[in-house]
Structures are given as structure tokens and as C-alpha cells.
Design a protein around this ligand. Sequence first.
Ligand code: NAP
Length: 259
Amino acid sequence: MDLGIAGKKALVCASSKGLGKGCAMALAEAGVDLILNARGQEALEDTAELIRSRYNVHVETVSADIASSDGQSEVLERAGAVDILVNNAGGPPPGVWSDWGREDFLSALNANMLTPIALMSHYLPIMIEKGWGRVVNITSQSVKAPIAILGLSNSARAGLTGYVAGTSRQVAPYGVTINNLLPGVHDTDRIGLLDAQVSKSQGISLEEVTKERTASVPVGRYGTIEEFGATCAFMCSQQASFIVGQNIVLDGGAVNATI
Ligand code: NAP
């Protein structure tokens, strides 16, 4: 399907690996020029090079912490105006409710709620002026069904979801859509780390943790960054212009809910 976005320009935050990388690859396949961001330079350059070698698009990189105000300023200055914004950052650490104090919440809220809001605040007026824009926020299935050990994530994502619910309706009349993608279990470094922590805390093998987690997914496997990216690219397409303020769960059926 021609997504009708060839020649557009996208900023994909936190995109050297994992879900952000999947989104960047799929947007590149649709002909979108990219600004990629991550903190670590090496993986970022490797991903940029991979995309340049596969697709005929322009790819720039900005190595910076997107959750810091200096990092945001650098990314925004280097990126300039964009048509598509994919918000993403690393997720907060797991734990139990009694582990977390004010500083932990501030850090999670900053990375997973206030940072995407800051980037939207910057880009929405530019998109409105152009009469076209797409924002996709990578959040989590925990928005639909809480993941107890990820209480910091549950809290920050809920805040961002509330912001998007109202703001997306305010910008929709100007051809700008904002939607959230809610990943369930996907095969990325983060899930590998979380699985390793469960293995350590429960004293069971990593293989067993993976088997148990897989069994909790009706599709019977972890998701891939390619299928996640394809959904992101579709949400940025011309065809998706009537999809506003939605929370699309990509979880292989893991959230057991009727709606
Ligand atoms: P991942 O495989 O660990 O990749 C994270 C990417 O983000 C890397 O490129 C990393 O590069 C970059 N990054 C992290 N913090 C950053 C920062 N402050 N500034 C700029 N770049 C940053 O993670 P993932 O699994 O793709 O997860 C992405 C998001 O989806 C996270 O918020 C996670 O909580 C959420 N999520 C993931 C899953 C899943 O199944 N994978 C499920 C639910 C929610 P550097 O480290 O070099 O910066």
C-alpha cells in the first residue's frame, strides 16, 4: 500500500534500537526522511547506516538524551521543522510500590510524559501552520491493564494518555493527528532486561521466564519491531487521517478485555 507520505520528514526519538528503530525502518520504507535520536552514538550510527543502505531516504542522527532539556534543545535545533513526530524514550525501572519516592516519579514523569508533551508543544504549532502533521507516542499496554511491577510506567503513561485524549481533538481540525501505540511484549533489549530481572528475583531460568511470558500471549510469541513499525507507519499515513486520539494495543491479544 502506498502510504502517501514519501518525501515527508520525521523525527523518531529513541530509535537506535527496539520499537523506535522499527518505526524508523518502516517510515523509511514509506519514503520518509529521518532524524534519528538516541544517547549512544555507535548503535545510532549503525541504525542510520542500515536504513541508508536499504532505503533511498535522507537520514540524520542526533546523539542526545531526549529526556533532558539540553538534549531536547539540541534535537529540536538539528531537526528543524518536521511533518511526523514519533515520541519514545526508555521505560522506567521495575519494582514495587514501596520502592518509589518523589524523585523516582519525577524521573518517570519527565521521560515518559513531560518529554513527549514538550516535543508536541514545540511541533504542533508548526504542523498546524502547514495544515498536516502526525504524532505517534509509544506508550505501553499498561495503559489498558496495569503491570504491577511497572508502577512508575503505569503512572507516567496514564498522564500522557490523558493529555493526548484532549489535545488530539484540539488539533484535529488542522489536519494534525495524535495517537498512541501501546506495545505488549516485543522482542527488544528492554524485554530481555526485564525477563533477566524476573529470572533473578524468582530464581528461575531465563528460558522458563520467556516460556511463561510467551504463554501469556494468545498469539504465542513475542511481537517484532517490524510489525510494530508497520503500524506506526500506517498511523502516519494519509489513509489514517480519520484516526484521532486512539490507543492502539499491539499485544498479540494479551490484554484480556472486550474493548
Ligand atoms: P529498548 O530496546 O531498550 O530501546 C530503547 C531505545 O531508546 C534505544 O535506542 C535507546 O538508546 C533509546 N533511548 C532510551 N532512553 C533514551 C533517552 N533518554 N534519550 C534518547 N534515547 C533513548 O526499548 P524498547 O523495548 O524499544 O522500548 C521502547 C519504549 O516502549 C520504552 O518506553 C518501553 O518502556 C516501552 N515498552 C516496550 C515494550 C516492549 O515489549 N519492548 C512493552 C511496553 C512498553 P540509548 O540507550 O543509546 O539512548
